[in-house]
Ligand binder design. Sequence first.
Ligand code: G3D
Ligand code: MG
Length: 183
Amino acid sequence: MNDSDYVFKVAVVGDGRVGKTSLIKMFTHSSFEKEYIKTIGAQLSSYIKEIDGDKIKLLFWDIAGQDSFHFLRPSFYNNSRAAIIVYSLEENKLGKESFKHIQDWYEEITKYCGDLPIVVFGNKVDLVHEKEIDNSVLQGIIKENNFRGSYLTSAKTGNGVVKAFNAIIEELYVKFKSISPEL
Ligand code: G3D
Ligand code: MG
């Protein structure tokens, strides 16, 4: 029997080393209930949150990112209700490449999942001066792809992490509560 009123699977994607695993760890505070699913190349972390007396279980699927796992991506994405694309704000190759690849991740998500809410996390904000971030290109991508929003996060300091995750959880809760209010 399911002990939660809602269960939402959230796919967390983005290039390797942008901080996906660190972000999930920071938000869920947990090392327990975590499972590495070797065949798919994904790590699964669960988190329970209560909103208005409803118990919501989040299942964060954290992609390992290796190309060799590409053929198993359908299993990774299957039944996702939302997706988070993470890139790094670092001013180096990883920062530039991971930003450029937002579009590729977006295309992969829509290929396997169709239309679902997607948000973008610009991580490692602790490594840059927030005021110097040029948001214009990102805003263009957000508009073009109909992303639900973008957030600046740091899995190191915790800055912005709770706010960013909660935004997507609340969106899912409102969406599914309106579909099945009797739950
Ligand atoms: P991934 O799961 O996307 O591959 P990880 O990324 O969570 O494994 O993080 C990759 C590296 O970046 C790790 O470094 C981690 O500590 C660091 N990192 C993650 N998030 C942040 C952040 O917000 N700020 C800073 N400064 N570093 C971050 P190590 O050296 O520990 O492997
Ligand atoms: Mg990882």
